[in-house]
Design a protein around this ligand. Structure first.
Ligand SMILES: *Cc1c(COP(=O)(O)O)cnc(C)c1O
Length: 452
């Protein structure tokens, strides 16, 4: 079946796409509108969308839609296409692998690419100790498995997660996730033995890192008891919760406490991983060595793949057959991951994330200085956010945030919002974006703010 007519008019994706913002229709144009109308009829209403276009090609810093509009991409499909959409080496690896072998099930007959991805992850994740990895399909599945492994290793059941945390949409990860709407509301009951404590949100709680850690640890000791606790799970920089960077010393204090009490410390780096924050992993930025790290999103340049990587003695605690899944570590996804990891390491992606971050911070800080509605600019590397507030009260301004995002999208710039209070615009551009295009995208956001 041909999906849309005149397929010959669709440009090839990847970095050869013209790197420009170009609107030839209002959004959505007629072709996108027709596809979105079919979506409304055919796809469950619970699967929403942010940008009202049907994408046909993407690469560098742009996404092209079915009508020929070219949008600046400041979201990377939620931090996934960090190496660039349709990155040539990734696309080539996928094509070659797909022509060779698409599936055997690694639990039936293993293959080398899965092993090579595990070796690469063991090598590039923080911590100079023996590590092992297991591969899965999604971030949520990686988180579920990290908790399974921690429970088996410790013989304990309780898990601590944090205010503003996001870990996925499956049952256990809904329990770990803080925000009710839209992630949890109406979908309970949730998995038991999950406890939530406050973390560190310097802009709103005004606590130092050690103070915030003490507050959390006291609650854990009094209300759960270290002897009952299998794991603490936290995103080093909280993603969906609002790009919240913890105060200095918070994570280190929590890690030290975990180590002293035999609690497995899990860093959920599904969003922060793979050069995104200007380091290969955000944990490095804070000087922590997690016992287990969950990864997904940026890992394979757009293919579905996820992993748990960590201390070999913890990873090996689960019995054979206790971990896995039909598709986990699919060979096509593994081939893509090997190409993507090669790009992260050998195409200067960590440095590029720092450069992209410097442009974002400079522009957004200038905006904050002249517009008090921008309450905070924060993040690391190419994971930067602006939090919007009512200048009088400091209260979150979700309506303003939504209006700015909507106006920017209408002008051909893909931006994403986030935050427990819905008042954060997050910037996660692909690292393949050019400086000029990035600056143009930020200008459009600034204009959208001025007009809101
Ligand atoms: C996106 C995300 C997840 C869930 O990943 P999926 O692939 O959507 O299941 C888990 N943790 C964090 C920190 C995330 O950003």
């Amino acid at each position: 079946m041909t999906l849309i007519d005149e397929t010959s008019t669709i440009p090839a994706g990847g970095p050869t796409l013209p790197q420009e913002r170009r609107l030839v229709t209002e959004l959505p144009g007629p072709r996108s509108a027709a596809i979105l109308a079919r979506k409304a009829d055919a796809v469950a209403a619970g699967v929403g969308h942010t940008v009202p276009v049907a994408a046909v090609a993407a690469g560098g810093g742009v996404v092209v839609d079915a009508d020929g509009n070219s949008l600046i991409d400041l979201g990377s499909g939620i931090a996934v296409t960090t190496v660039g959409n349709a990155h040539p080496a990734v696309a080539q690896a996928i094509a070659a692998q797909a022509a060779q072998l698409t599936h055997t099930c690694f639990m039936i007959s293993p293959y080398e690419s899965y092993v090579a991805v595990a070796e690469a992850l063991n090598r590039i994740t923080p911590g100079d100790f023996a590590k092992k990895s297991a591969l899965f399909n999604s971030g949520a599945e990686a988180v579920e498995n990290a908790v399974k492994i921690a429970r088996k290793h410790t013989g304990r059941q309780a898990v601590v997660a944090f205010d503003h945390g996001y870990h996925g949409r499956t049952n256990l990860t809904m329990a770990l996730t803080a925000k009710s709407m839209p992630y949890k509301s109406g979908f309970g009951p949730f998995a038991p033995e999950v406890y939530r404590v406050p973390g560190s949100y310097p802009f709103r709680d005004g606590l130092t890192g050690p103070e915030a850690a003490k507050r959390a640890i006291t609650l854990v000791e009094k209300q759960i008891g270290a002897d009952n606790l299998a794991a603490v799970i936290i995103e080093p920089i909280q993603g969906e919760g609002g790009f919240i960077v913890p105060a200095d010393g918070f994570l280190n204090t929590v890690v030290d406490w975990c180590r002293a009490h035999g609690v497995v410390f899990i860093a959920d780096e599904v969003q922060t991983g793979f050069a995104r924050t200007g380091a290969m992993f955000a944990s490095e930025t804070f000087g922590i060595e997690p016992d287990l790290i969950t990864t997904a999103k940026g890992i394979a340049g757009g293919m579905p793949l996820a992993a748990v990587t960590g201390r070999a003695e913890i990873m090996d605690s689960a019995h054979a057959g206790g971990l896995g899944g039909t598709y986990g570590g699919n060979p096509v996804a593994c081939a893509a991951a090997l190409a993507a990891i090669d790009a992260f390491e050998n195409e200067g992606m960590v440095e590029r994330a720092q450069q992209v971050g410097a442009i974002l911070v400079e522009r957004l800080t200038a905006l904050k200085e002249k517009d008090p509605r921008v309450g905070d600019v924060r993040g690391h590397g190419a994971m930067i956010a602006a939090e919007f507030v009512d200048p009088e009260t400091g209260e979150p301004d979700a309506a303003l945030t939504a209006a700015v995002a909507k106006a920017a999208i209408a002008q051909g710039v893909i931006v994403l919002t986030c935050g427990t209070f819905g008042n954060v615009i997050r910037f996660l551009p692909p690292l393949a974006i050019g400086d000029d295009l990035l600056r143009e995208g930020l200008d459009v956001v600034a204009d959208a703010l001025a007009g809101a």
